[in-house]
Design a binder for this molecule. Structure first.
Ligand code: SAH
Ligand code: MG
Length: 221
């Protein structure tokens, strides 16, 4: 039998949203304050945030890396899943975004468990390597760099560590031929990212069919 990929029924989504109430007041305030500060409203969705929390919890991760902090929304979700002994190293190119995120982490009670590194992630990541290997790495920054972030994660996660990548469906264009438009370079990069994960070289992986596609892989070698 053919089965669809993901679940597009809005009634089911509304039901689950209401039942699981994924966004508490702390996260709602982060969303409001981020928008008021002029940040783009591109944080993970409410249920996707809850998914990050549950996945981090299930994997019993403690040392996590996030690439693309924005206002701290997904970081708080990850930290909740990491538990009281968790630590998050989060990377953000924009000083303004980092400032908002630091306030978010403090307000959520994670001031001592989160560190935000400001600058291009590809230049900054080396500074934490001595604190590795890491248990979990969540990639959600510039899409053209996803293949490079994946290489970094492959070298700096423990075997059994978890790789997560948001927007793995390339905004609906993962299956498309390259065409003209703003997001042109990001589509082939996300295709290369998916190919590398699918190859089985370093990860056993899939794409969880959230609205954006959440790449998820366990480092196997
Ligand atoms: N993970 C966040 C959303 C991240 S949006 C959440 O769900 O709450 C992507 C972020 O990546 C933006 O804040 C952007 O400024 C940042 N970014 C873009 N290019 C980057 C780079 N080269 N290095 C680090 N951060 C980058
Ligand atoms: Mg994203």
């Amino acid at each position: 039998m053919e089965k669809g990929y993901g679940q597009g029924d809005p009634a089911l989504a509304a039901y689950v949203e209401k039942l699981f109430a994924p966004e508490d007041e702390i996260l709602a305030e982060v969303r409001r304050r981020s928008a008021a500060a002029g940040l783009p409203e591109i944080q993970v969705g409410r249920l996707d945030g809850l998914l990050l929390d549950v996945i981090a919890r299930a994997s019993r991760a403690r040392k996590a890396v996030e690439i693309g902090t924005l206002g701290g929304y997904s970081g708080i979700c990850l930290l909740r899943g990491l538990g009281p002994r968790g630590r998050l190293e989060s990377f953000e190119i924009s000083e303004a975004h980092a400032r908002v995120s630091r306030e978010s982490f403090a307000k959520a009670g994670f001031a001592k468990q989160a560190r935000v590194h400001v600058g291009p992630a590809l230049e900054q990541l080396a500074s934490i390597e001595k604190r590795g290997p890491f248990d979990l790495c969540f990639i959600d920054a510039d899409k053209v760099s996803y293949p490079a972030y994946l290489d970094w994660a492959a070298d700096n996660l423990k075997v059994g560590g978890l790789l997560l990548g948001d927007n793995a469906f390339a905004f609906g264009k993962l299956a498309s031929e390259p065409s003209s438009g703003d997001d042109v370079p990001s589509v082939p990069a996300l295709q290369a990212f998916a190919r590398a994960l699918a190859s089985g070289d370093r990860f056993r992986a899939t794409i969880v069919p959230t609205a954006e596609g959440l790449a998820m892989g366990v480092k196997i070698r």
